[in-house]
Design a protein around this ligand. Structure first.
Ligand code: GTA
Length: 329
């Protein structure tokens, strides 16, 4: 396969490029901020660990709750995949310490050059209790939600309790991540912004993960969709796939394109991940293929306002408590 080039080859429009350049210059949350941050030194040096929320030897990550300058914070540390294009440098420029040798078998500790040994680090600060709970390892329960349940239990809960979507508005208004945008259709009705998900380090396409965020701000989730939204959904599907082919050389047959129900953030967005990469939340109990959503709405304009939907909730999710109180679990 061709070498993966993380530099943008294609932008949605010249206007977007100009806008992004402007944003880069004065953006408080975007790249400007990233540069200022690295000049300031290690912002995590004062981080005090309160508890390990979860860790996985197989996934090579750890989710930590702690305090950063007296504010609650969650820090996620994750080892990144070893890229084929770095192998030559790893073999030639590393230090190698023998661990053990037995007949034809030997193991070593290889100390790679620092730039090939980085840990992807995600910081949520200030973090709410809901963030802390979200990242804890917890038992899950499958919930069965009728349209009536949605209206009487789920909707009131998400109106009171859902995560802020300020980060989404920052992206749409080019106040953050403007330089990361891969494609934009600026149409206010059918338009969207396509950019790398913050779980993806963009260093290899094997775990490609982008999200398409709608310009329309009044669609929260699957339950709000009717056939009126077909032009929007078809536009995201078509142009999202085209942009990914052009930028990452990955055809539609290699993509898993889906929506989450329930999502964490109630502003409509579509996940584009590489087929074969087991992204968190890509299982059948949470992911709804965009192709299926489109067909369901074509055959019944009110499909998502009539069907019972199933989704998993973690043990201390407040919505699970509401379903229990209502005798629905
Ligand atoms: N570009 O600021 C952002 C941003 N935020 C705040 C969230 N996202 C962002 N993307 C950009 N900039 O895929 C992304 C999320 C997610 C999507 C929202 O927006 O990464 P959703 O509404 O359906 O919510 O999608 P979802 O999937 O529950 O959210 P999330 O955060 O991905 O959590 C699901 C599970 O993924 C977590 O429980 C955890 O198991 C795992 N996870 C989350 N973050 C990480 C991480 N950094 N590293 C490894 N695993 C993670």
């Amino acid at each position: 396969p061709p070498a993966f080039d993380p530099q943008p080859k294609h932008w949605g429009s010249k206007k977007l490029l100009k806008k992004a350049k402007r944003a880069r210059a004065d953006n408080e949350n975007g790249r400007g901020e990233a540069e200022k941050e690295s000049e300031r030194g290690n912002a995590l040096s004062g981080f005090l660990t309160t508890a390990v929320l979860r860790d996985s030897a197989r996934e090579k990550n750890i989710f930590i709750h702690g305090k950063l300058a007296d504010q609650e914070a969650v820090v996620i540390l994750e080892k990144t995949p070893i890229r084929e294009d770095t192998l030559a440098e790893i073999f030639s420029d590393s230090r190698l310490k023998l661990d053990m040798k037995n007949d034809i078998y030997s193991t070593y500790w290889l100390q790679a050059p620092p730039h090939l040994n980085e840990i992807k680090t995600t910081v949520v600060c200030p973090a709410t209790e809901k963030h802390v709970n979200k990242y804890k390892h917890q038992e899950s329960f499958l919930v069965e939600e009728t349209w009536d349940d949605y209206q009487s239990i789920t909707l009131p809960y998400i109106q009171e309790q859902s995560f802020s979507v300020q980060w989404v508005h920052n992206i749409l208004e080019k106040k953050a991540e403007a330089e990361r945008i891969v494609f934009e259709d600026p149409d206010p009705e059918a338009g969207f912004v396509l950019l790398p998900d913050f779980k993806w380090d963009q260093k290899q396409v094997d775990d490609l993960y982008l999200i398409a965020i709608t310009h329309k701000k009044d669609i929260g989730c699957l339950r709000d969709l009717t056939s009126d939204h077909l032009p929007l959904l078809q536009n995201i599907f078509q142009k999202g796939k085209e942009a990914i082919l052009q930028r990452y050389n990955l055809p539609a047959s290699k993509l898993r394109v889906y929506l989450h129900y329930q999502p964490s953030y109630y502003h409509l967005h579509v996940h584009f991940t590489k087929l074969g990469y087991e992204a968190p939340g890509c299982g059948v109990e949470r992911a709804h293929l965009l192709a299926d959503v489109i067909q369901n709405l074509q055959s019944d304009p009110q499909y998502y306002k009539t069907r019972t939907l199933y989704f998993p909730l973690r043990a201390d999710n407040g919505l699970l408590g509401r379903f229990k109180e209502a005798g629905r679990l």
